[in-house]
Design a protein around this ligand. Structure first.
Ligand code: GTP
Length: 264
């Protein structure tokens, strides 16, 4: 689908990159690195911060939920704990999301990417109505991809790796958007083991067996499910600290955006 003949109602650009990952995976540091890389490569990007509770950001956000919703006041007003406060703040923001889309549409010609930072507790975004509303609003207007940040050194045991991949898998099927796995912290541990396990599930099963955790038939079935899942995504190794893998990441995003244009 090289021309507009197919009748896509959304524009080719910008590409929306929704960045999610387990708490501590390095999401914020990774986003900061992406912003620096984009600036150095003259790629024009916007950053949208959706975390109402973050105190300081290492990068300047062009659109920031904190400008609209005061998280501490939401907590007080609705008598909520920290997570309820973040969720309610996100709900309030989601009701005005058409304005955010409008701001981006007005700038669309100048923008290559919009990087979206999500709340530290991943499920607040991935399993909430407002997360779905925001994702849907993006995906119906622009090519949209999800970047799932993985803490590579902490995923080196087969069981942890499998739980992390099952979580990524649930995000793929929930959003139905192209997914890029960003194996972060490769300055500490290379992601080669992950690539091997993803390419060869027998190698993964062998690793499971030697992990002195049991290898049940259930775990075997799961690794077969994951084998199918791996065919539907792209993975790159990155380091938010050293800056390795940034070009590869943007290439994977481009390919995913192409896939989006062809599929949706
Ligand atoms: P939340 O704020 O809980 O959402 O965490 P986050 O996922 O945004 O992670 P954050 O960017 O705060 O990073 C978590 C920790 O990992 C920090 O101590 C970072 O310095 C560290 N970190 C992030 N990226 C890398 C990396 O590429 N290499 C190394 N060695 N450390 C990293």
């Amino acid at each position: 689908s090289s021309s507009g003949q197919a009748g896509h109602s959304f524009r080719r650009k910008p590409v929306i990159i929704i960045v999610v990952g387990m708490a501590g995976s390095g999401k914020t540091t990774f986003l900061h690195r992406l912003v620096c890389h984009a600036q150095a490569s003259r790629i024009c990007g916007y950053v949208l911060n959706l975390d109402p509770a973050v105190m300081t950001l290492p990068y300047g956000a062009n659109i920031d939920i904190r400008d609209t919703v005061k998280y501490k006041e939401v907590m007080k007003q609705f008598n909520l704990g920290p997570n309820g406060g973040i969720l309610t703040s996100l709900n309030l923001f989601a009701t005005k999301f058409d304005e955010v889309i409008q701001v981006i549409e007005n700038r669309a010609d100048q923008l290559d990417y919009v990087l979206v930072d999500t709340p530290g507790q991943i499920e607040i975004f991935t399993w909430s109505a407002s997360g779905a509303i925001i994702t849907e609003a993006f995906a119906s207007t622009f090519p949209t991809v999800v970047a799932y940040v993985v803490d590579t050194p902490r995923s080196s045991s087969p069981v942890t790796f499998m739980s992390n991949m099952l979580y990524a898998c649930s995000i793929l099927y929930k959003t139905r958007l192209p997914l890029v796995l960003a194996f972060n912290k490769t300055d500490v541990a290379q992601h080669q083991f992950a690539l091997e396990w993803m390419e060869d599930f027998e190698a993964f099963q062998a690793a499971m067996r030697s992990d002195d955790s049991y290898m049940s038939t259930f775990a075997q079935s799961l690794s077969l499910v994951l084998d199918e899942f791996y065919k539907n995504l792209r993975s790159v190794g990155v380091s938010a600290v050293s800056g390795a893998g940034m070009d590869a990441f943007f290439k994977a995003i481009e390919a995913s955006a192409e896939e989006y244009m062809e599929t949706y």
